[in-house]
Design a protein around this ligand. Structure first.
Ligand SMILES: O=C(O)C(=O)C[C@]1(C(=O)O)C=C[C@@H](O)C=C1
Length: 372
């Protein structure tokens, strides 16, 4: 068996995640803040038959200390009230043994593992150990970094602990240039994880990909066109005063509008002729780009030979800084995005260093052979 193939044993007992003809919609606030905020949001969401699961963050992993870190256990009591009052299923994020135990004690229906936890196999294992012998659906968000094997590994750890009702949540990745998103969708990863973990429901979290309300529809629509089984969308009764992620949350009425605008079932196809012409243009431009990159790598090789013959270092800090400054200046004059151009030149420079390193390494090997 090759190292990347999965050994998952999946039995979707509940069909909670992938049950109906339409995508599953999970909605609710980024964070539980007060009982009234939870209940008001849930009662509004309940009116929308497309929303079946209520989510709320109880413990919030924040980038910097001192930000709102969640209300903790009391939020689980509010969640119980939501369940009693609305009949909706409930879902929370867990990141350690204590979270799992408290969520289970409070009868939460679905757990999810957040991106900052999936990234750490020790934490995922801790959650898996705490779930031994428990029969509950668990959703796993992709890790913050675009490492698909890490994502699959988290599923496998939970599966080995006996969790067979698993799902995935695509929430985007942190990359050198995420613009205009908060987290880059890297849409191709949807197909990649599907190939590695076939048959596992895959939801998209447009809120964390978009990071802002005005991009939610485009992101959600793209995800649906790629065949995702559901959407998790952060919804708050009064998003502008939310204690976390205010700019990406929508009101229940906003969610209703969004879900109505989304083409939940059908696939839109662009104008074939016009699209074909534009794609031909892209093909031509890409071919020119590749040609220029080939010529540049050849020049880098020649510089490498000069450096090797004259005992110069491969990495030239001053030249690199000057080059980057010049390229960024040209980029801004041309109207190109600075982060985009920086990411491209970082990559070109790394590749160029690699070419020269290989030359130096080849010479070292030759010398060693001659000396033998
Ligand atoms: O100018 C050089 O010395 C090069 O080798 C070229 C180059 C580049 O690819 O732009 C590569 C390595 C150096 O760190 C700086 C620049």
């Amino acid at each position: 068996m090759n190292a990347s193939s999965s050994t998952l044993k999946i039995v979707a007992k509940t069909n909670i995640l992938n049950g109906g003809p339409l995508p599953t919609v999970i909605a609710g606030p980024c964070s539980a803040e007060t009982e009234a905020q939870m209940l008001q949001t849930a009662l509004e969401l309940k009116k929308d038959h497309r929303v079946s699961i209520f989510r709320a963050g109880i413990w919030k992993p924040r980038t910097r200390p001192g930000l709102f870190e969640g209300v903790g256990k009391v939020g689980l009591e509010w969640l119980t009230t939501v369940k009693q009052e609305t009949g909706m299923l409930t879902a929370v994020e867990v990141a350690n043994t204590q979270h799992v135990e408290e969520a289970l004690q409070h009868g939460v229906d679905i757990l999810w593992v957040g991106a900052r936890t999936t990234v750490n196999p020790f934490s995922v294992q801790e959650i898996a150990d705490a779930l031994q012998g428990v029969d509950i659906p668990v959703l796993v968000k992709n890790p913050v970094n675009p490492d698909i094997q890490l994502w699959l590994g988290a599923l496998e750890r939970l599966n080995r602990a006996g969790i067979t009702d698993l799902g995935l949540i695509h929430r985007g990745f942190s990359t050198p240039n995420n613009k205009p998103y908060r987290n880059h969708p890297k849409w191709q990863t949807i197909q990649e994880i599907r190939n590695l973990a076939p048959g596992i429901p895959l939801l998209c979290d447009p809120s964390h990909i978009a990071g802002r309300r005005d991009l939610l529809e485009t992101v959600s629509q793209q995800a649906l066109h790629l065949g995702v089984d559901g959407l998790m969308i952060e919804t708050h009764i009064n998003p502008d005063v939310a204690l976390s992620d205010a700019s990406q949350q929508v009101t229940p009425a906003g969610l209703d509008k969004l879900l109505t605008a989304l083409d939940l079932e059908t696939e839109r196809v662009a104008q074939p002729e016009q699209l074909q012409d534009l794609r031909t243009l892209i093909d031509r431009l890409d071919s020119e780009l590749l040609n220029v990159l080939f010529l540049r790598s050849d020049v880098s090789k020649r510089i490498g030979e000069y450096k090797r013959a004259n005992g110069l270092d491969i990495y030239q800090a001053n030249r690199w800084q000057q080059l980057l400054t010049d390229r960024l200046k040209t980029a801004s004059e041309t109207g190109l995005d600075e982060d985009f151009v920086r990411a491209i030149f970082d990559s070109i420079h790394s590749f160029s260093l690699g070419i020269q390193n290989e030359l130096f390494a080849a010479e070292a090997t030759n010398k060693a052979v001659v000396q033998k």
